[in-house]
Design a binder for this molecule. Structure first.
Ligand SMILES: NC(=O)c1ccc[n+]([C@@H]2O[C@H](COP(=O)([O-])OP(=O)(O)OC[C@H]3O[C@@H](n4cnc5c(N)ncnc54)[C@H](O)[C@@H]3O)[C@@H](O)[C@H]2O)c1
Length: 332
């Protein structure tokens, strides 16, 4: 199966590597980026990619390419998704589909009546730790869910120029955690309340965003969920979760590069968490793309669809409103 990748930045290269190295029965036949540098083109060529272009429409026009991965900047996701669907391609689209609900609904309408797969890049659903929490909750191991806690902190803040076009912390960073709340609980979010501050970089505040937040949610069953986010964690990428219920709790900690623990006269020391998403979630990226390819090849429903992309953005927009207005915002 031939695949095209649109966008040759950080995440486009992750998917190129995953498919080329680990996914049997699929090959990256083309890659497009209007700012394709010589070095990037050389790198892509080293994976045996036949077509390297600055214009993604060349990929959409290629009849041999069955599916495209949209890995370009967020503002291009919805328009390119619609063009790709109209060109008859199956689509894997990176998160978020768009910052605007109406634009996501346009993608949803474009999909109606078409026998095409559309998967959204919520990679954390494929992480081995979070999958274990989901399994336990789904199998009733902790009974009825009471409280879900997600801790999600980046090792360092991105440049302020990135912040300015990111859509804000809730739509850029917390969007993964909003999806985790829905995934781990198996429930919809009924209402959201958010508090936030600027504690890492005052330039982020000047750009109109926050860098630290706590978000509280009520789920459909009445269970509560809480997310804490920060754009800086001195010890690395902090990605933990706990589900607490009537029969017990299940918790997952951070992944480390080894399980070595040094004990000496000063104390007991173990490894820091893996540095950032490329280190921590590499296996999850491989799994999400493998599943997408499998869904296309064997006509299975995708594990994360357009509705999941839509709901996470709706929660993010409600959290923004909650922060601005200082009150709980109802979603349903
Ligand atoms: N799922 C995840 O864990 C994850 C991680 C990182 C980024 N992302 C998402 O992936 C997207 C890209 O992020 P990134 O970190 O790779 O950014 P990036 O800036 O490294 O790469 C984006 C690339 O898209 C290219 N581009 C812009 N317009 C284009 C167009 N019309 N056609 C083709 N290419 C175009 C840019 O030139 C750039 O090379 C963002 O939406 C981001 O939210 C998801």
């Amino acid at each position: 199966m031939k695949v095209g990748i649109i966008g040759a930045g950080r995440i486009g290269k992750v998917h190129l590597e995953s498919i080329s190295r680990y996914v049997k029965g699929a090959e990256v036949a083309a890659m497009a980026d209007p700012f394709m540098s010589k070095d990037t083109a050389e790198y892509i060529k080293s994976f045996g990619v036949g077509k390297i272009t600055k214009d993604y429409r060349e990929i959409l026009a290629d009849k041999e390419i069955q599916a495209v991965l949209i890995c370009s900047s967020t503002d291009t996701h919805a328009p390119i998704s619609i063009e790709a669907i109209e060109a008859g391609k199956h689509v894997f689209c990176e998160k978020p589909v768009d910052h605007d609900v109406d634009n996501i609904l346009k993608v949803k309408s474009a999909l109606e009546g078409k026998n095409l797969k559309y998967q959204v890049g919520f990679n954390r659903r494929f992480d081995h730790n979070f999958s274990a929490v989901r399994r336990a909750v789904k199998e009733g191991k902790i009974g009825a869910l009471n409280v879900l806690k997600i801790c999600s902190r980046d090792p360092a803040a991105p440049p302020v120029n990135y912040i300015k076009v990111s859509g804000g912390i809730f739509l850029d960073m917390t969007i993964h955690d909003f999806d985790m709340v829905r995934f781990l609980s198996g429930e919809e979010v009924e209402s959201v309340y958010a508090m936030g501050g600027v504690m890492v970089d005052e330039e982020i505040g000047k750009a109109g965003d926050i860098d630290t937040a706590v978000i509280v949610m009520r789920l459909k069953s009445g269970a509560l969920a809480v997310i804490d986010n920060c754009r800086r964690a001195a010890y690395g990428y902090d990605q933990r979760a706990e589900a607490f219920g009537e029969l017990g709790q299940i918790a997952v900690g951070n992944d480390t590069s080894s399980t070595a623990v040094l004990s000496d006269k000063d104390g007991v020391t173990s490894e820091k968490p893996l540095y950032f998403f490329l280190e921590r979630y590499m296996q999850a990226y491989v799994r999400e793309i493998s599943e997408f390819i499998d869904c296309v090849q064997n006509d299975k429903p995708v594990p994360v669809g357009i509705e999941d992309g839509l709901q996470a953005v709706k929660i993010g927009i409600a959290a923004k409103k909650a922060l601005k207005e200082g009150r709980e915002i109802r979603l349903i």
